[in-house]
Design a protein around this ligand. Structure first.
Ligand code: SF4
Length: 365
């Protein structure tokens, strides 16, 4: 059997859809339309790409949450990165970040003006550049959820081992569970269940969602990225709801373990500690990010260069904040597809390959 095609089998999809229809009908009979939030940008893309919204009953509403790490990073972070480039520092970043608008410019425009902005596919590129340019300073833009935190923090481990003093991190690491807690506390958002992220769960483990099931009585299903993974996830959520249950179900057990990746967790705990973090659209959430421990302050670009990363005013014309909280869908933004397109993005949700606006533009216009 072709492994991928096995997860895209139309006949199996039709069978799941029939079950989903029946379950949704049963819930509707109890006056229960369903809001399911996916909190993973790759899920958002897969849902749009495979047309999953279109085949679900109208009473099952898939809401995209703050699952794109680029999108939740505030404008001031981009401003701080541009400040570093303007001071002659080599700034290394994953590709999506260079097109995200800061207050006045983007890193791409900064590079066009002669700034040293290097797009990397691996964090180790920062180490290579620091070794090759001993008379220059190198800063890696350390954003992301739990998925990318461990590989990025390995920069510090490499730097210590090699005795490098000219490399540091501008950290804006985010933790998913505190964001879910904040969304559940928002009275303007009704979330009945979470389709839990796949990559993040591979690191933190499926058990990390138990508080949401046990305390908030919200069913949580960890699902993969193939269409049948997502449909099974929706079916599993609706089954729980019809039975009045709220549990954590791991339907992505081929990758995700209950306890997660203990090695990655240990690496993160060695160098990082929980800190309050600014989320675009959501605000500052207590202990929702990770920052370098004081003993590794020499690798903290914010301290080393006196730049600050905080929550500032965002472009008022851009509705990314509302999109990230699931309060608006991209077409409800007046700039969607007109002033804001992937070629000329106004907000990060249109830039990132995991952004909700980008997904809607690409697949759902
Ligand atoms: S369409 Fe563009 S301006 Fe509107 S919310 Fe999305 S990214 Fe922001």
């Amino acid at each position: 059997m072709n492994y991928i095609e096995g997860f895209r089998d139309p006949a199996v999809a039709k069978g799941i859809r029939s079950k989903v229809d029946a379950l949704a009908g049963s819930l509707l009979a109890r006056n229960r339309p369903v809001n399911i939030m996916e909190v993973c940008g790759s899920h958002t893309m897969a849902i749009a790409r495979y047309g999953i919204r279109d085949i679900l009953p109208s009473t099952v509403n898939l809401i995209s949450g703050p699952g794109c790490p680029v999108c939740v990073t505030p404008t001031r972070y981009i401003d701080a990165a541009i400040t570093l480039v303007e001071r002659g520092i080599i700034v290394v970043t994953f590709g999506d970040m260079i097109l995200v608008p800061g207050s006045a410019s983007t890193l791409a425009e900064c590079r066009a003006r002669g700034g040293a902005v290097e797009v990397a596919y691996s964090p180790t590129r920062a180490i290579e550049l620091a070794v090759a340019n001993p008379d220059r300073e190198v800063v890696f833009l350390a954003i992301g959820f739990e998925t990318t935190t461990a590989p990025v923090i390995s920069i510090v481990e490499h730097a210590i081992r090699l005795g490098l003093k000219n490399v540091s991190l501008l950290t804006a690491f985010k933790l998913v569970p505190p964001a879910l807690t904040a969304l559940l506390a928002d009275p303007e958002i009704r979330i009945d269940a979470f389709l839990c992220p796949a990559h993040v769960s591979a690191i933190i483990g499926a058990d990390a969602y138990k508080p949401f099931a046990e305390t908030y009585k919200v069913p949580c299903v960890v699902a993969g990225f193939e269409p049948l993974d997502i449909l099974y996830g929706v079916q599993g959520i609706l089954e729980q709801m019809t039975q009045g249950k709220a549990e954590v179900v791991n339907q992505y057990a081929r990758v995700v373990k209950a306890q997660g990746n203990l090695q990655a967790q240990a690496l993160m705990a060695k160098y990082l500690e929980p800190v309050d973090a600014a989320w675009r659209g959501i605000g500052v959430l207590p202990k929702s990010g990770l920052g370098l421990r004081p003993e590794y302050a020499a690798y903290d670009a914010e301290l080393k260069y006196g730049v600050t990363v905080e929550l500032g005013a965002e472009n008022p014309a851009c509705a990314c904040g509302e999109v990230l909280k699931g309060k608006q869908k991209p077409p409800e933004c007046s700039l969607f597809g007109t002033a804001c397109t992937p070629d000329h993005p106004v907000g990060p949700c249109m830039v990132s390959t995991e952004g909700t606006c980008s997904a809607y533009f690409k697949y759902l216009r």
